[in-house]
Design a protein around this ligand. Structure first.
Ligand code: TK8
Length: 351
């Protein structure tokens, strides 16, 4: 090594050393300020995971599984606390908290995520996925990943797609057998423009509202109806305030398990790998429970006093045709190329 290079290196180390001393003097280290913790608590970092649904829902069971895996594999260094029923706020508020780093995890549907990354609406086109097997293939494949990869720019990390499910329609006014029956009904939708437009096309009077406000809105008749998978309709006891349910299956809602980028970046690569693995294992568990729930709860809703209506093939075809125009209106908004690729994947997966 040349003399000049050596001198240069010596100078650099001196500067770094001096800065280090000053930094050390100026700012006391974190743990000097922190209250004395019991030894086992000293290093535990806490993930606060919030959801809008209650603790009866498969989504909550999925989070319990995630917690179990993460706490076991990190040997307790990362703890997971679960807050259900909107205790930490609605989906939008929780995503904003993730962005700020004041909350670590949440699990919203793709519909409200589209307010942060518009491309996520691509999965919310009505009557897009023919069944859950095809949905799994597309979401767990390259396109699903491509969308998750857009989240870090919004200071969030997408760990895996979980399942909310095919959405069905309920209301307190009348039986819905055809599109015409929906005319003028005040329907709560998620906060997503595509959903709102689809319901406008059906002749309803849709209004966006955060989920935690929904039960009271139905009870006080601020809205006539809403749409959610039957697991939610049953487990949130919507049958207490809604009389009619129709198996429209109009939109398939994926959930995305989200983590704050701040928390992710503060984790070691080993911990990140554990979060990812736990998210995927819990996903398989959650999907299984959710599918069992969605298959059985129509009967339970009938037992609870609701009128359950199955659409005839003709009536279903009319629903499909009536909402079709959103494919044109939203093609450019989500990206025409992206939509075309999703449709091609679905076609391929269905074969
Ligand atoms: C709960 C929501 C809910 C969703 C909705 O926070 O808002 O209707 O289907 O499950 O994520």
């Amino acid at each position: 090594m040349k003399k000049t290079t050596l001198k240069f290196l010596a100078l650099i180390s001196l500067v770094v050393f001096t800065l280090g001393i000053f930094a050390g003097c100026g700012a006391p280290k974190q743990d000097q300020k922190a209250p004395v913790a019991k030894p086992e608590e000293q290093k535990a970092r806490v993930i606060r995971a919030g959801i809008g649904l209650n603790d009866k829902h498969p989504q909550y069971q999925g989070l319990l599984k995630f917690k179990e895996i993460v706490e076991r594999e990190t040997k307790g260094k990362v703890q997971v606390q679960i807050f259900h029923s909107g205790q930490l706020g609605d989906d939008r508020t929780m995503m904003e908290a993730l962005q700020l780093g004041t909350q670590e995890m949440t699990c919203p549907s793709t519909a409200p995520i589209a307010n942060f990354v518009p491309e996520f609406s691509v999965f919310d086109f009505p009557f897009l996925f023919p069944n859950t097997a095809v949905a799994d293939k597309v979401l767990d494949g390259p396109i699903g990943k491509e969308l998750l990869d857009k989240l870090p720019k919004q200071n969030m990390i997408g760990l895996a797609y979980w399942e909310n499910g095919f959405r069905d329609l309920t209301n307190s006014k009348k039986e819905i057998k055809t599109v015409a029956d929906l005319k003028g009904l005040k329907i709560r939708t998620m906060e997503n423009k595509l959903h709102l437009d689809a319901f406008r096309l059906l002749g309803a009077n849709p209004t966006p509202m955060p989920f935690p406000e929904l039960f009271t809105a139905m009870q006080q008749k601020t809205v006539d109806g809403q749409e959610n998978p039957v697991a939610t309709i049953y487990l949130q006891k919507f049958y207490e305030v809604q009389k009619y349910v129709t198996d429209t299956s109009h939109i398939y809602s994926p959930f995305v398990l989200l983590m704050s980028k701040k928390f992710w970046d503060a984790s070691t690569p080993e911990e990140q790998a554990i979060f990812k693995k736990a998210a995927e294992e819990a996903r398989d568990y959650e999907r299984k429970l959710n599918r069992e729930a969605n298959a059985k709860y129509f009967d339970e809703l009938a037992k609870a006093g609701m009128t359950v209506t199955k659409l005839t093939p003709e009536a279903r075809a009319e629903f499909v045709k009536t909402v079709k125009p959103v494919y044109d209106t939203y093609k450019e908004k989500v990206g025409a190329d992206l939509l075309a690729r999703v449709l091609a994947e679905i076609e391929k997966a269905g074969k």
